[in-house]
Ligand binder design. Structure first.
Ligand SMILES: NC(=O)c1ccc[n+]([C@@H]2O[C@H](COP(=O)([O-])OP(=O)(O)OC[C@H]3O[C@@H](n4cnc5c(N)ncnc54)[C@H](OP(=O)(O)O)[C@@H]3O)[C@@H](O)[C@H]2O)c1
Length: 256
């Protein structure tokens, strides 16, 4: 049973994977959930599970690449439930992409899918939460890949790193207004979308376990959350090593 109860929680990217599982886990807390993603039928199925578990739920099919549609989702959440207490910006995607094979358009697309989708919700949520008496929590599903340039994930690593940096600045600026920020950095998670993408996935965890980590981060609100610990420790070690050494290790891992 999550410790988060009786809150209005917006999850962007709730139709599958980590976001859908976080919604199902938070549903046991008697919360009010606002779920959004593009695929309406998948989203409706998650919303049905949430209501069956005892939480109110509004599901809205919308594309987070569209700034207007994203702002409208925030407005709809406030109209329905009066506030947004917690938002999990979870939409994102990281396909296998080697730098000698991607086009400029590919890089722009991955940047939009992992950075623009964050910005399009961040700005209206800051305005909304900044006006609320108790502020609010904005969490972002980043990635351990956002901490360094991971081979075959360069555009994704770069977009996630940009999102982390933007949120780090927002955290400092918005603290006096009660708006809090948590960047959540998972390692490899066994979700349907990435199964069979050909990338090696050391220390991969289930999406249920990943969602438990995310829910814990929403409860405790650390500035940064990293999991699972073996992958987080590996990334921290690689960052501490001279680039010449870490590059050798990363090259070996990527060629597995
Ligand atoms: N799986 C991993 O190993 C892993 C590791 C580290 C970080 N992450 C991060 O975790 C997050 C969730 O990924 P996942 O693995 O659970 O994959 P997933 O099942 O593909 O989940 C992505 C969610 O985002 C939604 N989404 C994508 N683009 C969207 C858009 N333009 N507008 C609205 N919703 C959009 C998808 O729904 P629709 O397609 O219906 O729109 C889906 O609900 C991502 O940010 C990913 O980068 C994943």
């Amino acid at each position: 049973m999550p410790r988060i109860t009786d809150r209005t929680i917006l999850i962007v990217g709730a139709s599958s994977g980590i976001g859908a599982e976080v919604a199902r886990q938070l549903a046991h807390g008697g919360n009010r959930l606002v779920l959004t993603a593009r695929r309406a039928p998948e989203l409706a199925a998650v919303a049905k599970d949430v209501r069956a578990a005892g939480s109110a739920c509004l599901d809205i099919a919308a594309d987070a690449l569209d700034p207007r549609a994203s702002a409208d989702v925030v407005t709809a959440a406030v109209e329905e439930y009066g506030s947004v207490d917690v938002a999990l910006l979870n939409a994102g995607q990281g396909p296998d992409m080697s730098m000698d094979q991607v086009s400029v358009a590919d890089v722009s697309r991955i940047t939009a899918l992992n950075y623009d989708v964050v910005v399009n919700y961040l700005i209206p949520l800051i305005a909304q939460m900044g006006s609320q008496r108790n502020g609010g929590l904005i969490a972002h599903t980043n990635s351990l890949a956002g901490l360094m340039g991971i081979p075959r994930q360069g555009p994704y690593s770069a977009a996630k790193a940009a999102a982390r940096t933007l949120i780090d600045a927002a955290r400092i600026e918005l603290a006096p207004r009660g708006v809090r920020f948590t960047s959540i950095h998972p390692g490899f998670v066994a979700t349907e979308r990435i199964s069979g993408d050909g990338l090696p996935k050391p220390f991969q965890i289930s999406q249920e376990r990943a969602a438990r980590h995310v829910v814990r981060a929403l409860e405790r609100e650390p500035a940064q959350s990293y999991f699972p610990w073996p992958t987080a420790a590996l990334v921290r070690t690689l960052r501490a090593l001279p680039t010449s050494v870490s590059s050798l290790v990363l090259r070996k891992l990527a060629s597995r």
